[in-house]
Design a protein around this ligand. Structure first.
Ligand SMILES: Nc1ncnc2c1ncn2[C@@H]1O[C@H](COP(=O)(O)OP(=O)(O)OP(=O)(O)O)[C@@H](O)[C@H]1O
Ligand SMILES: [Mg+2]
Length: 260
């Protein structure tokens, strides 16, 4: 049995067929942002009868286990769509979702993609934060907005699971958008350790939250995230930063071992 699940704006059937093909997306893209397991590309599509510049994210498979379990799961495109609506409803800026399609064969997920709003004139938060020509005030403002976004996500008992500065887009009006929402998960219980671990992944400063560092961006982040309580969280945060550093080292080592 073959069937498709769709939500959002109805695209015409030819467009939907086209978007099922990685090859078509790549050869018709105005710009390809990412072309690995997933493809992220800017395309001009007819949306509600009008030509519109949109971003399409087409999801591939990373491992066979996920494929085998897929009859019991939502597609990653569908998760992204659902999480986008959830975050928008909670006052968090994300690219507005336009349409999502999931094709299944005997329940197994086949092609799945999301069409979303294109964010214009942005830089990755990572670029801004690492830019020596940017003022500290601007960096602090961005970090504070990131802190607000993460606080709101944790308040509704979710974790993002891929919080890197590369997943925040900062537009020309200084609005901050969160992307890459397919790994988000609802938690029955969200411990402070887990919360701090998410924050630590942002990799904001190399000082490990030392008292001696005056303009540490982690301090800024924690103040926005938890207000008066922030100082009480320093020790947990330091542990989380150390844990994250170890994880990154282990990952690097694994990658290096794979190469040799
Ligand atoms: N709505 C959007 N508007 C403009 N650019 C976008 C949008 N969504 C994604 N991008 C660009 O595409 C890049 C990759 O997107 P994204 O982070 O969703 O993919 P990814 O990191 O490959 O995902 P995954 O971690 O699931 O493999 C982003 O860094 C950003 O530059
Ligand atoms: Mg990403």
């Amino acid at each position: 049995m073959f069937y498709k699940v769709h939500q959002g704006v109805q695209l015409d059937s030819q467009t939907v067929e086209n978007l099922r093909s990685r090859k078509w997306i790549k050869s018709n893209a105005i710009r390809v942002y990412k072309n690995k397991v997933n493809i992220v590309a800017e395309l001009k599509l007819k949306v509600n009868g009008e030509d519109k510049h949109v971003v399409v994210k087409y999801f591939g498979w990373r491992n066979t286990v996920s494929f085998i379990l897929s009859p019991f799961m939502r597609s990653r495109a569908q998760k992204t769509f659902d999480h986008s609506l959830l975050l928008l409803a909670n006052g968090i800026r994300v690219p507005a979702p336009i349409a999502v399609y999931t094709f299944r064969r005997f329940g197994f997920i086949g092609e799945n993609f999301i069409v979303m709003e294109k964010i214009r004139d942005y830089r990755l938060a990572r670029e801004v934060i690492r830019d020596d020509n940017e003022s500290l005030e601007r960096k602090k403002t961005i970090v504070r907005e990131i802190g607000r976004i993460i606080r709101k996500i944790h308040e509704i008992n979710y974790v993002h699971n891929d919080l890197t500065l590369g997943n925040f887009l900062v537009d020309a009006d200084h609005n901050v958008y969160l992307i890459d929402l397919n790994r988000m998960k609802k938690k029955f219980f969200l411990s402070w350790q887990r919360k701090m671990y998410e924050l630590a992944k942002l990799n904001l400063c190399s000082c490990d939250l030392a008292y001696s560092h005056k303009d540490c961006l982690y301090v800024e982040l924690l103040e926005e995230y938890s207000g008066d309580k922030s100082k009480k969280l320093y020790e947990l945060m330091r542990k989380a930063i150390r844990k994250n550093r170890l994880r990154r080292k282990a990952k690097k080592l694994l990658r290096w071992r794979k190469k040799v």
